[in-house]
Each structure stands twice: as C-alpha cells, then as structure tokens.
Design a protein around this ligand. Sequence first.
Ligand SMILES: [Mg+2]
Length: 213
Amino acid sequence: MPICFDLDGTLGHFSSGFVLLREALGEVWGQMPTVEELGLCRGSTDREIVDELHQRRFGRSLDETGYATYETACVARFRQVFTSGAQEPVGYRGILEGMHRLAALRQVWIVSGNAPELLAFKAELLGIDPAIPRLGSLPHHARKDLLKRALSGCPGPHLYVGDRPHDLAAAQALGLPFVGIGGAVPGDHKSLPSDTGAEHLVAAVEAALGIVS
Ligand SMILES: [Mg+2]
C-alpha cells in the first residue's frame, strides 16, 4: 500500500532552491537562465524544466551527459550552501514525523521532481529514514509517470501527498486519492497546513484511504 510524498513544499522547503538551480545551470552553460525563463517552463520535474530551458537556449533537447553534468553541479551548489550552514532547510516536523509513523506500518515512498542525487541530498538533510525509498526525476517521465513507477507491482490503494496543483493533477491522472499540504492546492480533497501535527497527517491519510483506525 504505497503512500507517496512529494518533497519540496510538502515535507519542508529549501527556500533558495530555484536560485541554486539557476546558478548551477549558469555554471554549466556559461549564463544563468533568468527568472522569467524559468517561469515559462511548464514541467514540474527537474528533468522537464532543465530540458525546456536547454531547448530554449540551444534549440535542442538535453542529452544524458548534459543532465548528469547539471545534476552534479546542482548537488555541489546545494552542498556548498546547506552543509556550510549558510542556509538551513526548513523541515515540517509534524508532517515528517507523521510520514515516519505511516512508514512504520505501510509502504511509503518519496516521489519528487528533484534530480535523483539532489533528492537524496535533500532527504538526508531533512532527516528522512534512509529505508524510505526515493524516486527522483527521470528522462521521459512526467510526475504522473514517476508516481506510476513507484506504485507498479504494489497492491493498492495508493495515495499522493503534495503541495502544488501539479501534484494533484498527477494523482488525478492515476485516479489516486490526494492529501494537500499548505494552501496552494485548491480542490475538494483534504488539505492540511504545513505546521500540522503528526497525528493529523496520519488521520487524514488513513481517512483518504478509507481506513478506520
Ligand atoms: Mg512540491
């Protein structure tokens, strides 16, 4: 019964994230993409976003080497900023604790748009149990495809917890129940504030799955 969690904005946040992504690309490409260029991207995963920026700048898709180079530069940039103490991530303590309580009873996955190595770094920094599997962005995978991959072979019911409309859209595309974190995902699903307590998260997830505890 996999319960999947998005990471950024759902379990915590790394406020300078998009600045660092732009800086990493500036290092690799010689010029930083602008905020406006980033704003034009329609994808929700790093792979989709970096590919869109690459196409706009160079007129062709990003290849595997190009993505690996970006990923290495981006993780290095995050390490510089977050392991030096220059910045600290904000973890949503109640949600993190609730996720770990759920993981003690059921299969939990982190399914995020971060490049895999960046996702590994962020998850570690947020203190997420290494036993919880992580799935980051992959070539030719929109967010719903990542979710589908995490769920494949596992018996349902499944569920996605996320903070953005693209998370809800991915859940809906697969017919999954959804629990929203924060106020940026309107809809008739259950929504919780980011400072919610662990017990409320567990109760909301179980209610959305139809589990009576
Ligand atoms: Mg998010």
